[in-house]
Design a binder for this molecule. Structure first.
Ligand SMILES: C[S@@+](CC[C@H](N)C(=O)[O-])C[C@H]1O[C@@H](n2cnc3c(N)ncnc32)[C@H](O)[C@@H]1O
Length: 692
């Protein structure tokens, strides 16, 4: 905590912005007081540092006597900041001596762990309270230069819903490791089938709620919540303000424009609940949240590390709840009325503090916590409606950037997949023909290394045409698992392969190869052979390509093989012609992204007002495709508007070109060994065989 306080003035640390918040100086003293009172004072003959401090730093422990009212902590000009820091130093010294002696038996080791977790809780409270204080200043001060984030980057959105069958399950902390008393005992609960949103609710979602009259329409609100809306004039999350340029928000780094892609923060339970009702969804119960977080954490983005997530569960004791013995009995149990549970963890929650069983709790009207929303819904299957969430989010994210860009995976709706197949037959588009020819040459030898009952796992399989070359060479394959983001292309290709290879088990998976899951169990346990042709790896940034190959190695397992197709660096004339063909098929493929956005997201792009541009970028060794606005225009997505200057473009695809050295470096960075690298005739492409 002293590190968090380091850049703040003594005045910053002394003021109290509202009754729920405490001055920084108080937090600094209170956490040391906790160690002194809960641990040191229990030792025979212990003499407290200054017994008057008990009334100052006692938060809410009735058993420890009279204390300063919470709302009056801001009057604490004495002890001074220097005296509080001296008190901390003295307690640190005494605790070090206590540690050197070794904690006693009984409750002491638990109370010590409790003291550390308590300090961590106050680190987050400290940041909440500092932000609230700064928000009250007309100067919009930045408390910190950079947001004091515990976890690095926010996790990318995954899109859609994750479904669970429900049934009898267990929640709560087991006997091992530290947990607060309120997380115990572990116990059984019955869950009906439910689905949980893969991602957190964003500011863009919230703006739609606001624009649709969310704060003016009583039908979405619980009665107590609606009373708050009216009494306190709520019209947006706490710290938001509408200015000429749009919404802005007070943060720990000062006032900033609201980032539409970021998870919404600083909403109360009442707002979260109203938002869920407006969305036609609901908040998850805490048991649903915990079950989902334990069963399939990889299926969600930002379960922790961004915002605490409101649940629909009242904060109540678990069956068999038993408060910690002694004074610490007051820690959690006595607050078990009128509050709601939040799950997860926030950017300001210290590392290692959150866990799936963690129960945070606040009153339903409170908003100064780092609290947000993850929606839930009844039933294990969510209809198609959420299917465009990830596309929509990537669109908002991509068009909000200084250099507008979209991930190329959105090219491949049914029409995009069809156009891509047409491209592969164009005279200028050499990669497909050249790669197929090279594959015919190497497949017999490489397939000889697969061994019996191997499972071919293809990433971005599209029409599965090149796959046939491998299937013909490896007649004893047990199963084929094509993975593609385009359901139409995938399912049609799977049907054709089933018909032509009747002995082969075909297990198609609709999915994003950047979020690989282990092959389905039906595929069997044979050696995994990854197959990633078409130089699709070149569409990823170098970092994303390494991440993909690393996760493929993990999912395919030790001893697996991986056949990787790459396009090679060559003359820019040949490259540009391949991406800007005379018949305009590639241009249609590129513009189809806008057609798709209009259909799936209700946008109003004029595809014909965008030029298709293909250019060679020697610095990054890649071909680039862009859609360049021919004139100034504004494009809308719901209530959001995105402006284009004349000549401004959306970067829609990069296709990195390789050589043997760059492929070897890529493979090694991801934990694979380059076993063989074969190059075909001009215009040349390469095939690499990697071994895990
Ligand atoms: C350039 S095509 C290559 C198709 C085929 N493998 C070939 O070599 O001709 C890219 C394929 O990957 C799929 N794809 C693109 N991004 C994807 C992603 N993130 N996850 C899964 N499939 C993706 C597309 O639907 C398309 O079928």
């Amino acid at each position: 905590m002293p590190q968090l306080a380091a850049g703040l003035s003594a005045e910053d640390l002394a003021a109290q912005s509202m009754p729920d918040a405490s001055p920084g100086k108080w937090h600094l003293g209170h956490v040391s007081w906790f160690f002194e009172t809960m641990i040191l004072a229990g030792r025979p003959g212990y003499r407290v540092v200054d017994e008057r401090l008990n009334a100052v730093f006692n938060s809410y422990y009735e058993a420890l006597g009279e204390r300063v009212e919470r709302a009056e902590r801001g009057l604490m000009t004495r002890p001074s900041l220097a005296e509080v820091m001296a008190y901390r130093a003295e307690i640190d010294r005494r605790m070090e001596a206590w540690l050197a002696e070794g904690p006693g038996d009984g409750l002491e080791p638990y109370l010590f762990a409790l003291g550390l977790h308590h300090e961590q809780q106050h680190q987050e409270l400290f940041l909440m309270d500092v932000l609230n204080l700064m928000s009250r200043s007309r100067l919009d001060p930045a408390a910190y230069e950079a947001e004091p984030r515990v976890v690095g980057e926010r996790e990318a959105r995954l899109g859609g819903w994750v479904s669970f069958e429900g049934g009898l399950t267990q929640i709560g902390a087991g006997d091992d490791g530290f947990a607060f008393d309120n997380e115990r005992p572990a116990h059984r609960v019955w869950l009906e089938p439910f689905s949980l949103a893969a991602d957190l609710t964003t500011n863009a979602d919230w703006i739609e709620f606001i624009d649709d009259g969310g704060y003016r329409r009583a039908e979405f609100w619980l009665a107590d919540g609606w009373a708050r809306v009216k009494a306190q004039g709520w019209a947006a999350p706490l710290y938001w303000r509408e200015e000429a340029g749009g919404w802005c928000v007070m943060t720990l780094t000062g006032r900033r424009p609201v980032d539409p892609t970021a998870p919404v923060r600083h909403v109360s339970f009442y707002e979260a609940d109203a938002f869920a009702r407006w969305s036609g969804r609901r908040l998850p119960t805490e048991a649903e949240w915990e079950q989902a977080a334990r069963a399939d954490p990889a299926a969600f983005s930002n379960l922790t590390g961004e915002v605490w997530q409101w649940t629909a569960s009242a904060y109540a004791p678990y069956p068999g709840f038993c408060p910690t013995e002694g004074t610490a009995a007051e820690y959690n149990g006595k607050f078990m009325a009128n509050q709601m549970v939040l799950r997860g963890g926030a950017f300001a929650t210290p590392e290692g503090h959150a866990r799936p069983s963690y129960r945070n709790f606040y009153y339903p009207h409170q908003r100064w916590m780092f609290a947000g929303v993850r929606l839930a819904t009844d039933g294990a299957q969510v209809e198609d409606e959420g299917a465009h969430d990830a596309f929509r989010q990537d669109m908002i994210d991509g068009l909000s950037r200084r250099v507008k860009a979209l991930p190329p995976k959105w090219f491949y709706d049914a029409e995009g997949s069809r156009l891509f197949e047409e491209i592969t037959r164009l005279p200028e588009y050499y990669p497909t023909r050249q790669e197929a020819a090279l594959l015919r040459r190497v497949a017999p030898e490489w397939a000889g290394r697969f061994g019996p009952d191997a499972v071919l796992v293809e990433l971005g399989s599209g029409a599965s045409e090149k796959t046939r070359i491998v299937l013909d060479a490896a007649r004893d394959l047990a199963a084929y698992v094509p993975i593609d983001i385009s359901p139409s292309a995938l399912n049609e290709a799977a049907e054709r392969i089933r018909a032509d290879y009747p002995g082969l088990k075909v297990v198609p998976v609709v999915g994003d190869f950047e979020h690989l899951a282990p092959p389905p169990v039906e595929a069997g346990q044979g050696r995994r052979i990854g197959f990633f042709p078409g130089s699709t790896i070149g569409n990823l940034t170098p970092e994303a390509a390494i991440a993909l190959l690393r996760s493929a190695r993990e999912v395919l397992g030790e001893g697996s093989l991986f056949i990787l197709g790459v396009d090679l660096v060559k003359s820019p004339q040949v490259l540009v012609a391949a991406y800007d063909d005379a018949q305009g098929v590639t241009a249609a493929f590129n513009r189809n992204l806008l057609v798709r956005a209009n259909r799936d997201l209700g946008m109003d792009f004029e595809p014909e007002a965008f030029d298709h541009v293909a250019l060679w970028n020697p610095e990054h060794s890649r071909m680039e495709m862009h859609l360049r606005a021919m004139r100034p225009m504004t494009v809308r997505l719901g209530k959001l508007a995105f402006r284009f200057a004349a000549g401004e473009s959306i970067h829609t695809e990069s296709s990195r070109k390789f050589d043997e050295g760059s492929v070897r470096a890529l493979a090694q960075a991801a934990g694979w060994r380059l076993e063989a690298f074969e190059v075909g005739p001009d215009p040349a492409v390469g095939l690499a065989l990697l071994v895990a």
